[in-house]
Design a protein around this ligand. Structure first.
Ligand SMILES: Nc1nc2c(ncn2[C@@H]2O[C@H](COP(=O)(O)OP(=O)(O)OP(=O)(O)O)[C@@H](O)[C@H]2O)c(=O)[nH]1
Ligand SMILES: [Mg+2]
Length: 203
């Protein structure tokens, strides 16, 4: 009986917590994005872009969006560090994949890194937000152009969205986060992770 009520209490009153992985190759702008997310949603000034160094370990950021708590995991994208990504897949509700839309010479590297992410079974059903970052630069490809260029396979059954963004001026960030809230709340994967965490529905 106690566990029934405890389960109901937990279900009703615990703030939904979503874990979102920020992935992408090195220099795509992941950490700059994380700092921008923190400053947009928490009124705290994030680390300024000129003080951000390449990520070797893990950066964690938390923000609250209405009744939802986001925990972002930002990992290093240098080739030798990408094997660490998969250690975080199982617990992730969704993925933000950041691409430097102003650097065509690195699109192939981004494409193969993203395809590898999509193939991994531990990320099955995880919604995917692909950010065409650095839109403040005039040479940046639009989200549509980047989608066409990447021509990703294995996207068919995935809930995904391409969004034009700039981690410098904040373009596209709120739209992306709002989209994530909406799709993660309805996602089967969220339900699976909830059950695994012991936060079950009232019946
Ligand atoms: N113009 C412009 N530059 C950006 C933007 N976002 C990031 N940068 C720059 O791109 C470079 C790499 O940014 P980081 O945030 O360190 O990239 P990262 O993806 O975290 O890189 P790793 O940690 O090595 O994986 C830095 O010089 C940033 O200032 C953006 O939206 N516009
Ligand atoms: Mg980084």
């Amino acid at each position: 009986m106690f566990s029934l009520f405890y389960g109901l209490w937990k279900y009703l009153f615990s703030k939904t917590e979503f874990h979102v992985l920020i992935l992408g190759i090195d220099k795509a702008g992941k950490t700059t994005l994380l700092e921008k997310l923190k400053s947009v949603y928490s009124n705290l000034a994030g680390v300024p872009p000129d003080r951000i160094v390449p990520t070797v370990g893990l950066n964690i950021g938390q923000i609250g969006v209405s009744n939802t708590k986001f925990v972002f995991w930002d990992l290093g994208g240098q080739p030798g560090l990408r094997s660490i990504w998969e250690k975080y897949y199982e617990e992730a509700h969704a993925v933000i994949f950041v691409i430097d839309a102003a650097c065509p010479s690195r699109f192939e590297d981004s494409k193969s890194a993203l395809e590898k992410v999509l193939r991994h079974e531990d990320l099955q059903g995880a919604p995917l937000l692909i950010l065409a970052n650095k839109q403040d630069l005039s040479e940046a490809l639009s989200a549509e152009e980047l989608a066409e260029y990447l021509d990703l396979e294995k996207l068919d059954e995935r809930v995904y969205m391409f969004e034009a963004a700039s981690a410098f001026d904040g373009m596209g960030i709120k739209e992306g986060v709002e989209w994530l809230v909406e799709v993660m709340e309805r996602s089967k994967r969220t339900e699976t992770l909830r059950i695994r965490a012991g936060i079950t529905g009232p019946n």
